[in-house]
Design a protein around this ligand. Structure first.
Ligand code: FES
Length: 111
């Protein structure tokens, strides 16, 4: 991915074409690791990259539908809400706002 470019509060993180057709990549935005993922419907999501169960990268997990599965213990997170759908994780991951301008993907961090 190319260097993020700050535009007001939204940060350009990549082009749509930089993402896997269905899958995830990781970006560092303002010092925070964020997963950028495209679901099977083509929708793009952004959320904190660290699993809430242990310190591993969710971007290395599998995307299926609108869920991402942590590769270590199999917790699945809803990429729209960040809520876990399967144990052992019980806490949600923070989701961030994605906007598209043409082929450019912008993320506005929450909180
Ligand atoms: S580290 Fe993600 S489910 Fe355990």
């Amino acid at each position: 991915m190319s260097e993020p470019v700050q535009v007001s509060q939204a940060v350009r993180v990549c082009s749509v074409d930089d993402l896997p057709r269905v899958g995830a990549a990781v970006a560092e935005i303002e010092g925070r690791r964020v997963t950028i993922a495209r679901d099977s419907a083509g929708e793009i999501h952004a959320f904190d990259d660290t699993c809430t169960h242990a310190n591993v990268s969710l971007a290395e997990g599998e995307v299926e539908g609108d869920l991402i599965e942590c590769w270590l213990h199999g917790s699945q997170f809803d990429m729209r809400t960040g809520q876990p759908r399967q144990l052992p994780a019980t806490q949600p991951v923070q989701v961030h706002t994605v906007t598209l301008e043409g082929d450019d993907v912008y993320v506005t961090l929450a909180g």
